[in-house]
Design a protein around this ligand. Structure first.
Ligand SMILES: [Zn+2]
Ligand SMILES: [Zn+2]
Length: 112
């Protein structure tokens, strides 16, 4: 089991227990990946909760991820803004997942 699989299983368990909020997950149980690796997928857009959604323009925010720099941004391609509280939460989770996956990559490299 690698770090991603271990983290996924852990987050599934604590989320089921009601200890972990879905917004605080750094892994995605739908895609089975780190959240930053699949957050650009359309299913991570939610107009109701406003995850990755610009209400003013009624469109999904564009995701830009720089894995090397550890930078994640989400902006509306029309107005350039559109970040909601839910999106800010998602950005925090993506940054945490970038850090967690980076540790994984380094430890794998050291083991090899
Ligand atoms: Zn996903
Ligand atoms: Zn907009």
């Amino acid at each position: 089991m690698n770090a991603l699989q271990a983290r996924l299983a852990f987050e599934d368990r604590v989320e089921d227990m009601g200890v972990l909020d879905a917004d605080d997950r750094v892994t995605c149980h739908v895609h089975g990946r780190w959240i930053h690796q699949c957050v650009a997928s359309p299913i991570h857009v939610n107009p109701v909760t406003r995850h990755r959604w610009c209400r003013d323009c009624e469109r999904a925010l564009t995701v830009v991820i720089d894995e090397l720099a550890g930078v994640v941004t989400m902006n509306c391609s029309r107005c350039g803004g559109g970040v909601s509280g839910a999106t800010a939460h998602l950005l925090t989770a993506c940054r945490a997942s970038l850090r967690a996956s980076g540790r994984d990559a380094r430890s794998t490299a050291e083991a090899a």
